[in-house]
Design a protein around this ligand. Structure first.
Ligand code: FES
Length: 434
């Protein structure tokens, strides 16, 4: 018996045969996860005994080394590439320096940088991690976007063995360990459409790996089975875990093909009313990811249905970067937009000269610009970018002289003498190292 199956026998007891019987239908990466730790009794803090808990803790700590985040770019190698649907492809990255990757929370994203062979310029974007936090590798799943620079570069030029650069995972849209470990955790309700499933999958894996009795509901809106990334493993997870855990999967097909539907699946479009109706309540934490229209409608609807506004979070794909498939706007409370408004006089920054020393270019900061990054791009100065919201750190550059201000303190690491160009506005003439 392999070590993983032995572990399954310890924690799963009578469910053992069920898992073994399902193995053939599950891809290898799913099977490894499920047999190792994500078993019904392991999720139940009440059912697990002390010895089993110790074993689980040892296993979890071995799988998630306490590695602090690195700063800046780091080389990673592509270990595998896999198509999840006709236009969605997964890329699995492993370290090239022998050091483990940093730990992360389900739902966070990775900033990826490549050199565009046609222009020789770096291109960077942020993509939600679709792997579970306990894995030694990182996986992103990228939807090819017509005209999208990074998604097409990844799909067309990156293969097994290639190297890319990444930054440590970041992001405020993530699984709450504190909530799950609280005495009476509220339900976790994950709502996804299309490629928005990627952070939800990571959070689902993290949830399944914890000893918690927290109810988890995954609502997944898809067009049909062929176009739905990760539908098969999600169905397998649901089939194995729904009967004995608080994990429930709810699938909505807007245009199902013949044979797409299984018992319990729904036809039509997901709505807040349908979510609340299926749950039987409006309690809990709601995390939403998908197209902007989908998120706005669902978020507003949930609040109208009685969900607490500060418990409804969403992650935007597209947004300011206009690149669907690339995460562009960090998680935010849809009811607290006012806090994002720059309360200062927006004219303060307009007209200041912005110089880029390395490239020898300069221009005035203009009305409507979000930050110094806009000036750099208007001059074709090569500066990395990702989230365009002060979160990922891709655009951080040294500020050689002058002063900038931020409407909100950036989330990314920034040291004295540096500026987060995407959200930094000048309040004097500035010189940037770019
Ligand atoms: S582009 Fe992400 S912090 Fe500026």
């Amino acid at each position: 018996m392999s070590p993983s199956l032995f572990f399954a026998a310890i924690f799963c007891g009578s469910c053992f045969l069920l898992f073994v019987g399902s193995a053939d239908a599950i891809e290898e990466w799913e099977w490894k996860r499920l047999t190792r730790k994500r078993l019904p009794k392991l999720r139940s803090g009440k059912a697990i005994d002390a010895a089993s808990a110790k074993l689980a803790d040892q296993s979890a700590s071995a799988a998630k080394p306490d590695v602090s985040r690195w700063k800046g770019w780091r080389s990673a190698s592509v270990q595998s590439v896999k198509d999840e649907s006709p236009d969605c492809r997964s890329f699995v990255f492993v370290p090239t320096d022998g050091e483990p990757f940093s730990a992360f929370l389900g739902g966070q994203y990775l900033t990826v940088r490549l050199k565009d062979p046609s222009s020789g310029k770096n291109v960077s974007r942020c993509y939600s991690l679709s792997s579970g936090p306990d894995e030694p590798h990182y996986r992103i799943t990228v939807k090819r976007v017509p005209g999208g620079m990074m998604s097409n570069l990844l799909h067309d030029t990156i293969d097994v063995g290639d190297r890319i650069e990444i930054q440590a995972p970041k992001g405020k849209f993530h699984y709450s360990v504190e909530e799950s470990q609280s005495p009476n955790p509220e339900p976790l309700n994950l709502v996804a459409a299309g490629i928005g499933i990627t952070p939800m999958l990571s959070m689902l894996f993290q949830s399944l790996n914890e000893r918690t009795d927290r109810d988890v509901n995954l609502f997944y809106q898809v067009r049909n089975a062929v176009d739905a990334p990760f539908l098969a493993p999600i169905r397998e997870i649901a089939k194995m875990l729904e009967a004995s855990t608080g994990v429930r999967v709810h699938l909505w097909f807007s245009k199902p093909e013949d044979d797409d539907l299984r018992p319990g699946d729904s036809i039509g479009r997901l709505s807040a009313e349908r979510i609340v109706d299926r749950l039987g309540h409006h309690r809990g934490e709601y995390l939403i990811c998908g197209p902007d229209v989908f998120m706005n409608v669902i978020a507003e609807g949930l609040i109208e249905c009685g969900a607490s506004a500060d418990r409804v979070m969403f992650e935007s794909f597209g947004g300011k970067s206009k690149s669907a498939g690339a995460l562009a706007v960090p998680a935010c409370d849809p009811c607290s937009d006012a806090s994002d408004v720059d309360e200062s006089n927006s004219d303060d920054s307009v007209g200041w000269n912005v110089a880029f020393q390395t490239s020898g270019k300069s221009a005035s900061f203009e009305a409507g610009m979000d930050g110094l990054l806009d000036v750099a791009e208007s001059l074709d100065v090569d500066v990395d970018s990702g989230c365009r919201s002060g979160d990922c750190g891709a655009c951080v550059r040294r500020l050689l002289s002058g002063e900038v201000r931020y409407a909100e303190a950036p989330e990314c690491d920034v040291e004295d003498g540096e500026a987060v160009l995407c959200v930094a506005k000048p309040v004097s003439e500035v010189v940037v190292d770019a």
